[in-house]
Design a protein around this ligand. Sequence first.
Ligand SMILES: Cc1cc2nc3c(=O)[nH]c(=O)nc-3n(C[C@H](O)[C@H](O)[C@H](O)COP(=O)(O)OP(=O)(O)OC[C@H]3O[C@@H](n4cnc5c(N)ncnc54)[C@H](O)[C@@H]3O)c2cc1C
Length: 348
Amino acid sequence: MQWDNTTLFSDDNPADRAFREEVRAWIAANCPKELCDRPLRIDPPELKPWHRKLYERGWIAPHWPKSAGGMGATLTQQIILFEEMSRVGAPTPYPHGLSFIGPLIIEAGTPEQKAEHLPGILTGDVTWCQGYSEPGSGSDLASLSTSAVLDGDSFVVNGHKVWTTNGHFADWMFALVRTDREAKPRHAGITMLLIDLKSSGITVRPIQTIRGDSEFAEEFFVDVRVPKENMLGSLNGGWQVANKLLGSERFTTGHPRNARCFSTRLGGSPNIREPHAIRRSCTVLLCLRSICWRSRRFIATPRVCMPTARHPPRWRQSSRLPAANSVSRPPNCWSMRRGRSAEAPPIS
Ligand SMILES: Cc1cc2nc3c(=O)[nH]c(=O)nc-3n(C[C@H](O)[C@H](O)[C@H](O)COP(=O)(O)OP(=O)(O)OC[C@H]3O[C@@H](n4cnc5c(N)ncnc54)[C@H](O)[C@@H]3O)c2cc1C
């Protein structure tokens, strides 16, 4: 197998190498070519057959435990799958179900919530969206005002969510709602609800972007009744639940495919030539690498960072362990060797 600069590890052990070869061959044989290397988002309906194939192969949820229907893959296997998909520009299924709400339901959901929601997320039959942002509440998420008032055995939800990726395709939304207006601090009055978007009182409107397509939607809630059983976590405990989820969101943001998409959006074509577009793309790429690197560093055991050919051999031979509290800057390469750690080279 040919090694190239798309892999994080340059030294797969025999089992991982065999897995990589298997993944590479399977993707080549099964991933529809027309879905590969698409610079723009692919709408969920078009992506569903590919999602289904990965599900049937058992690779749709490498990060989920086997007990929940996932693959229970090692971190290295997860990275290999991730890399092999992006190597050929294969689309990854949307993260809202598989990486955002799925793991949270596994961790914090009731047995009934797990039985109801996990199978549909795995098969791809049910599409999820994230209902956080509101017209008056973006970066300052704790100011959100969509309200949920307990009335008998259900919450009554009123408000407005916006910038919801795939909201107009979604069947379900995980939403942060305000359940205590007096809470101090404001974070302490927020709850997470799982909302069936077919419930009466919900209007979903796609938002046309400046590019002319609709990747977002907004949703209006008027006296929508959501069963009490659809609360995820505890009443007024939504902020803690949401924070766990943001960890996964940061990780998926670092997908190398995103750099490719940004490059294309900025440069106008996959073969960008304009110097300023290339400069901007490189900046975005470095930012994404940095996010990805930090996420991996956060969740992974220590590994050695191998220098690229541009860095001196002296550093290449280094195997000095970093201080326990040192988080080095991202190295200028993807290559890492398992088992030991070393300082990253200075970024020039
Ligand atoms: C690709 C994409 C997908 C998205 N998908 C979803 C989704 O699925 N679900 C969802 O709920 N939301 C989604 N969002 C919305 C996103 O989370 C919001 O854009 C974000 O919360 C920022 O809110 P805002 O746009 O209202 O900006 P604002 O919060 O109004 O910020 C505007 C600008 O002011 C800056 N700013 C804000 N506060 C401060 C401060 N205190 N100090 C200094 N600067 C500040 C910000 O950095 C920003 O540059 C998506 C956004 C994007 C771009």
